[in-house]
Design a protein around this ligand. Structure first.
Ligand code: SF4
Ligand code: SF3
Length: 545
């Protein structure tokens, strides 16, 4: 058995993981993930046909979204869960097919629309012939996968919005259309390139929807000093990106004597008015996802994963780890869900009460909460600082963190930036420099954290607003440079969204995606000025002249 996965920045040797994922994903899981994406494509073909006959597509859309999300890097490592998901998809596809037949519609003929396997061995064999390498032309393969990875990020963001009651059928419809388009051998490279850009357009829509969902539900993030130390109560550590889970956890832990802390991408929950009001919400514990082996161990209490990134849990703490949403890991417990979709954290609370309080690993505070509303309330001050020369340039350093040594570049780059520059950040990339003492410019901190990776949208809103206030014609005339770090597929949709918004000359690191063929990489270089990173000195020189 072999596998082929090159969807993240840590793809083995910068090419692909073929024996076992650097992330810890094994061959069986990788192949079953491929089969799930294939099942989702089959559902998509029927969804498209069904639309012409007014057949309800909501279950199909939800399945496609969940499948894309569950296969994102570091979300789900549970082989049996993927087998079950594939079977659910086939049942859904066949039910839709029956409805199409009843309506006298055309029935999709592609293999993805009709295949069946009787057992797991057959499914494993099928998985081997529907993966990425089935597309022989490397440029077509590259463009198809670029679309699919963008869709994975889009699905994650739309799913968080959906959990808050926000659902945009244009976005979910596009996910189905684009996924089905990756099966279409008649599409030219130019047509697929156009589809890549359209994916960016819908990425903007998904992120705008999630921004609306988050801020309407929980208020606008505001400047906040987040505590990094610990208290002496037993506690639950919540990680991932889902704010609806955060809300329910805070509600259910209130008054129980169990404290709540955030880890990694949940840090920005500290910035929301609706969450800050809870006294038992203590602050943030630890750093970005890849340090969880040490930090989950020393946290001592219960750990709740709402989304990626999970690293293979150590035996010291897997028995106190719980997953929800699309997450999965063999041996990790699941949070029970009530019939109305609400979650039952009572078991986690009782479990936490049996466990010791967290061991302190840091103290002090860190400041964040600079999403668009907060930044725009400081707009006058910022514009004055830009026009008066106190702020020379902004550096967008959003995106992901990862365990590779060459990511030290981002800490060094942040340290080397001159004092009259400001870093705009979002996503777990920030952990490379958010605890450095970088000072402020006239009271404006030099690192402005907008929030999670999806809140990179906030940075785009700020850029567009600054363009308007400064009376510029083009967003690229702003004194903003982009030095973005990527790891998984949410960063792919953020990148495609920025390209759609017309942002040029983005530097992407620490390495360019393995899934970009040389020709596709050339298209991005020639049309959008995308480049990789060099040494800190060379790059500073290039950015600042
Ligand atoms: Fe490798 Fe990344 Fe795929 Fe994991 S997600 S198997 S590390 S390319
Ligand atoms: Fe981080 Fe996984 Fe991407 Fe949401 S938690 S940014 S890597």
């Amino acid at each position: 058995m072999s596998m082929f996965c090159f969807q993240c920045q840590e793809a083995a040797k910068g090419v692909a993981c073929t024996v076992r994922g650097v992330c810890g994903k094994d061959t069986d899981v990788a192949n079953m993930q491929d089969l799930l994406i294939y099942a989702a494509k089959g559902v998509a073909l029927h969804m498209i046909e069904g639309r012409k006959h007014d057949i309800d597509a909501s279950a199909a859309a939800e399945f496609i979204e969940a499948s894309l999300f569950a296969t994102i890097t570091n979300a789900n490592f549970d082989h049996d869960d993927f087998v079950e998901r594939v079977n659910t998809g086939l049942a859904l596809r066949d039910a839709l097919r029956q409805e199409l037949e009843n309506a006298g519609a055309d029935l999709p003929e592609h293999d993805a629309a009709v295949w069946h396997e009787a057992d797991e061995a057959g499914m494993a064999a099928k998985a081997m012939v529907v993966g990425i390498l089935q597309t022989e032309n490397e440029d077509v393969r590259s463009l198809r996968e670029l679309v699919i990875y963008g869709l994975k990020g889009m699905a994650a963001y739309h799913s968080h919005a959906r959990n808050l009651g926000y659902n945009k059928t244009e976005v979910t419809g596009f996910m189905g259309d684009a996924l089905a388009a990756t099966l279409d051998d008649s599409l030219s490279a130019d047509e697929l390139t156009a589809l890549v850009l359209e994916t960016g357009k819908f990425g903007v829509e998904a992120m705008a929807l999630l921004d609306e969902a988050n801020t309407t539900s929980y208020g606008n993030p505001e400047i906040t000093e987040v505590n990094l130390g610990v208290r002496s109560n037993p506690a639950i550590l919540i990680s991932g990106h889902d704010l609806k889970d955060m809300e329910q956890l805070l509600e259910q832990t209130e008054g129980t004597g169990v404290d709540v802390y955030t880890h990694s991408e949940m840090l920005p929950a500290n910035y929301y008015p609706a969450f800050k009001k809870y006294d038992h919400f203590v602050g943030n514990y630890g750093n970005s996802w890849w340090k969880q082996d040490k930090e989950f161990a020393s946290f001592n209490g219960v750990i709740l994963m709402t989304t990626n990134c999970i690293t293979p849990p150590k035996k010291e703490y897997i028995d106190r780890m719980y997953g929800t949403g699309e997450t999965g890991y063999p041996g990790m417990k699941r949070v029970p869900v009530h019939a109305d979709g609400s979650k039952d954290f009572s078991g986690l609370i009782e479990h936490a009460k049996q466990l010791p309080a967290p061991t302190a690993i840091e103290e002090g505070t860190l400041v964040g909460g600079f999403a668009h509303n907060q930044v725009l309330s400081l707009a006058d001050k910022i514009v004055e600082a830009v026009q008066g020369g106190a702020i020379r340039r902004f550096f967008v350093m959003a995106g992901c963190d990862g365990r590779m040594k060459d990511r030290e570049y981002y800490t060094e780059f942040a340290e080397a930036l001159p004092q009259d520059t400001i870093i705009l950040t979002a996503g777990c990339a920030k952990y490379r420099y958010n605890k450095l003492e970088l000072g402020d410019i006239g009271g404006i901190p030099r690192v402005l954290d907008a929030g999670q990776c999806n809140d990179s949208y906030s940075l785009a809103v700020v850029a567009l607003k600054l363009k308007e206030v400064l009376g510029l014609d083009d967003v690229n005339e702003l004194p903003i440079s982009y030095n973005i770090a990527w790891y998984e597929q949410k960063a792919v949709i953020v990148l495609l969204a920025l390209l759609y918004l017309g942002v040029k000359n983005i530097h992407l690191g620490p390495t360019l995606p393995a899934f970009l063929s040389p020709n596709v990489a050339n298209v991005l270089v020639n049309n959008f000025g995308i480049s990789g990173i060099g040494s800190v000195d060379e790059d500073l020189q290039a950015f600042l002249g």
